[in-house]
Design a protein around this ligand. Sequence first.
Ligand code: PLP
Length: 413
Amino acid sequence: MTDRESMHHAVSRGWREMGTLLVHLARDLPPDARGTLVNQPPTRGSTVLFPTVADMNRNGTRRYDHEVIYGAMGTPIQHELEAAIAAVEGARHTQIVSSGLAACTTPLLAFLGKNGHCLIPDSVYGPTRRFANTVLRRFGVETTYYPPLTDAEGLRAMMRPNTQVVVAESPGSHTFEVQDIRMIADIAHEHGARLLLDNTWGVGIFRPFDHGVDIAVQALTKYPAGHSDSIIGAVSVADEQDWHVLRDTCIQLGQVAGPDDCWLTLRGLRTMGARLERQSRSAIDVALWLADRPEVARVLHPALPSCPGHAIWRRDFSGASSLFGVVFRPEYSQEAMVAMIDSLTLFGIGASWGGYESLVLPTTGGVVRTCAPDAPDCGPAFRLHIGLENPEDLIADLSAGLEVLTGAASYGD
Ligand SMILES: *Cc1c(COP(=O)(O)O)cnc(C)c1O
């Protein structure tokens, strides 16, 4: 194999391997001599009718079994999606919630209590940080931010007797540090805390429960839904008691997702392996091309040695997604980079990612870190999401964009 081929293999192997699972999971309907639809239609409903009061009472006690009791506790299409995501994550149970952010915040409410303490990586998704600093603080829960690449000794020193939850996110939002999840899990467990992992980047290519994670969350909005048209999330657990705590919290908070979003996500999930087999290869092509450019200081793609935690990615992941960061040399200004972004024709400017289309988002200025200031030798940065376009077209677009960057820089001199 050439270097390029082995790189393609390393980033796409897991996506290829999951194709069969994604096509066949949660479709085991009994055969019907009158014929069966490949995709079950979305089921809608609030009230569920029972023949007798005794039947209603009996069903009311089965809230942990994904029973259909009342629409606010989930409809059949939601339960189908829950079974599918549990299979992808390797979980015992999955609860679908209204958004990826709700997937992050709901288990924090479920597993943190009065006078508790939470450890969160400095590279966490911004709105999760805001939730910890506002809502959790208001309820008396303290948060400490830890460096995402901390060693065991450093993390142990931050654990407190009242630490109830350790959060991890790997790779980190915008800065892409790949975390040692097994080490973090072991330390959390030594201290009686649970490990919650935001596994949105690693869906399907990082099996959280094989690495000691207790609670894994997903923004299904991203690759699983895959078409930039749904907001939806999932929380998965391995332990039956944790499931009861999580499920009760979701019911009390009224956490559900609409049938259309569940249906769109199930439909998106069927092709996720094929989409990502292509997108992961295109992304590494674009990342390697950018890494060779003189304007670029660093490419933050977990499959490249220039990404912090790259060795852990090699050890733990069976592939890479198509989202990565690009840091320019310090001689280029934020304004020059913005001019480059504005000039791109194939990259949409917008938040979120995971759809079929390529996106670009400036990341300098808006990313909050408390542990370490930005490295002094770093210039402006953006994040790329690579979609299903021909990667050669994307590279041509970026190449023209770099001319705008360098032109804008010399104009400013
Ligand atoms: C997008 C994202 C979320 C939030 O998902 P929404 O569905 O947009 O609320 C949470 N965590 C990570 C890592 C994300 O990228």
